[in-house]
Design a protein around this ligand. Structure first.
Ligand SMILES: [Zn+2]
Ligand SMILES: [Zn+2]
Length: 321
């Protein structure tokens, strides 16, 4: 299986200001002066090998949407603004191949907060007759929430004008489903209004998507429940929007977790790869880079011998498990 990250920002989309881009260009040009760059491939190699990610890339901009590749049909988690880019890329690729076959999509929702559904009105495949879109979640009345966000005065096109066959299904937590060739199980999470995580399994590999969840200090029972869901996951995508200080002092009860608990739970559960997700929208790329480095340092303090790979998600990242 593979995971492609279409949207990774928490809470709302946030882009880089022009001055931040200019600082990146300044840094890149200054660094390049130490190298004798004569050809395009020299420049490409310099960017790839010598520039840090916070200069050559960005930890923005879209809100939550990931694609799980390896099932029989298209599988997504959440419908933040990343789903718009997913839909547009798909349509472009199909047009290039002159492929007019309809498609089936399965969208698993963590919860109905706006940043997890507000990309859907811009999901072009939903406007194409013949496409089938199955939307799953654990909350009651998911369809009502989608209708509400596409009603006046919020959006000009009502949900019923989308031509695809769109169906909503309410799942039960802790029950195993088989959807699109994947084993799927959901679990309840601590978040305002409650959210749900998902564990996807196929051919002995497991990917856990656990966004929008607050892990509180010292609640052992909750740890036990989560450790069962995270157990031996090949990839854990984990809401680490905050630093430990944020989580304890200023943003307690805001419904998100921190990088320290991300590392500790990953080690305890035997997770192989941790990808922090739902990135803090007020942080610039440099501070998110530092946050990732701090997290890797914390792993060495917490358990130096544990071979956990740690990433911080960004739009356009792909991880194979
Ligand atoms: Zn969120
Ligand atoms: Zn939320």
């Amino acid at each position: 299986m593979k995971v492609y990250f279409w949207g990774t920002k928490g809470s709302l989309p946030s882009s880089s200001l022009a001055e931040e881009i200019q600082r990146k260009i300044f840094f890149a040009i200054k660094e390049s002066m130490a190298y004798d760059l004569k050809t395009d491939s020299d420049i490409e190699a310099f960017i790839k090998e010598h520039l840090p990610f916070y200069i050559k890339g960005s930890y923005g901009t879209n809100t939550s949407c990931i694609e799980i590749k390896g099932g029989n049909e298209y599988v997504l988690c959440d419908a933040g603004t990343g789903i718009r880019d997913f839909g547009n890329r798909l349509i472009k690729n199909k047009a290039a191949k002159k492929d007019r076959q309809p498609d089936t999509f399965h969208i698993f929702l963590s919860h109905l907060h706006w940043d997890h559904i507000h990309g859907f009105p811009f999901f072009t495949p939903a406007y194409i007759l013949g496409n089938r879109i199955n939307i799953y979640g654990f909350h009651e009345n998911i369809g009502d929430a989608f209708e509400a966000q596409q009603s006046q005065p919020f959006f000009p096109v009502p949900l019923r004008y989308m031509s695809a066959d769109i169906r909503f299904s309410t799942l039960e937590p802790d029950r195993e489903y088989h959807i699109a060739g994947l084993g799927v199980r959901g679990f309840k999470q601590d978040h305002p209004g409650v959210s749900y995580g998902y564990r996807f399994e196929r051919e002995g590999k497991a990917i856990v998507y656990s966004s929008d969840c607050e892990h509180r200090e010292g609640i052992e029972r909750d740890d036990y429940v989560f450790l069962n869901f995270f157990r031996d996951a090949d990839l854990l995508i984990f809401d680490a929007q905050y630093s430990l200080l944020d989580a304890i002092y200023t943003k307690e009860n805001w419904g998100h977790s921190n990088n320290i608990i991300a590392v500790e739970l990953s080690v305890k559960a035997g997770v192989k790869r941790l990808c922090m997700f739902h990135n803090e929208p007020t942080c610039d790329d440099r501070s998110l880079w530092d946050f990732l480095e701090d997290t890797r340092k914390y792993l060495r303090l917490y358990d130096e011998s544990y071979p956990l790979i740690i990433d911080l998600a960004y739009d356009g990242m792909e991880i194979e498990v």
